[in-house]
Design a protein around this ligand. Sequence first.
Ligand code: PMP
Length: 349
Amino acid sequence: MIKIETIVRSNILELKPYSSARDEFKGKDGIFLDANENPFGILNRYPDPYQKELKQKLASLKSVTPNNIFVGNGSDEVIDLAFRIFCNPGFDKALTFSPTYGMYDVSAAINNVELLKLPLNKSFQINLKKMTPYFKDSNIKLVFICSPNNPTGNLINKSDIEFILDNFKGIVIIDEAYIDLAQEKSLINLLNQYNNLIVSQTFSKAWGLAAARVGMAFANEEIISLYNKIKPPYNVSELNQKAAINALINPSRFKNNLNKIRAAKRQLKTDLQQLDLVKKIYPSDANFLLIEVDNAHDIYTTLVNQKIITRNRNKQVRNCIRVSVGTPEENNRLITTLKKCDEKGIIYR
Ligand code: PMP
């Protein structure tokens, strides 16, 4: 067990958090003249700052208690708040494995924290030998592991993650934004073993609620209370809490959607494999495929000109574009357009 308070910034430990009107009086009966709200309207009252109804539903779905859950304004908020809780700006460091999700870099830079990036190996797995020397560096407060990884699509080996959890004395954040689409289960069950683990997930991908901005962190109560201590008081709007609750009470819609995405992904992969300009499709446990072509820039630009927007990941993985799985119609348009391209992306018929 790690003494969490020894890795928290001292100003955060000492912080006296803002106490909102809804913190001070929690009952539902009465007339509310405490929060300077407008008494008229439908959305005139502040939302539940601790999203209790949503957490109750999430707790039973994820087999944790509500005290093990933080709900954020997207999982990007989970990432940013981790820097603010644990990393002294200009002094502490964080570490991740590249190529990976770009927000770790941006959040680190915003918080004036150096982000060390160890390259993943050829199979996009962690090279544990390269990681080992960093276990001794007590200024590294956070390690981000994205699994399934964006933009490569693969899961990171569970045994490697456990090795890091067994040896690293800071906080390990497993970013499971795409886990509902994966073949393997979430690592939430490791929370019982490791008190320095944060698992982050989101409603933006498999749940289909990217517009609502609802992300989650699962961790032990001590870490969750630190998140609650520093978060903006009403960080998840009432509309967004309701959207997430609505999704949770409709599990068959969720499952149907997942099945449709999985079927569309299989078809997309089969169709892409037939194309000469596709050199390689990396295995994916997410709702996107990383595709190697001869010239990612040319193919990307040709597709944009045809109003098909993919992500040029050439800078992260040479000559690769990342394609999200769309509807069968959208995927067909992509395939039809690619069929007309030569390897330089020139459309010749
Ligand atoms: N993690 C990963 C790996 C992602 O790809 C994304 C979004 N693309 C996020 C986190 C952020 O998701 P959100 O803020 O929408 O929950």
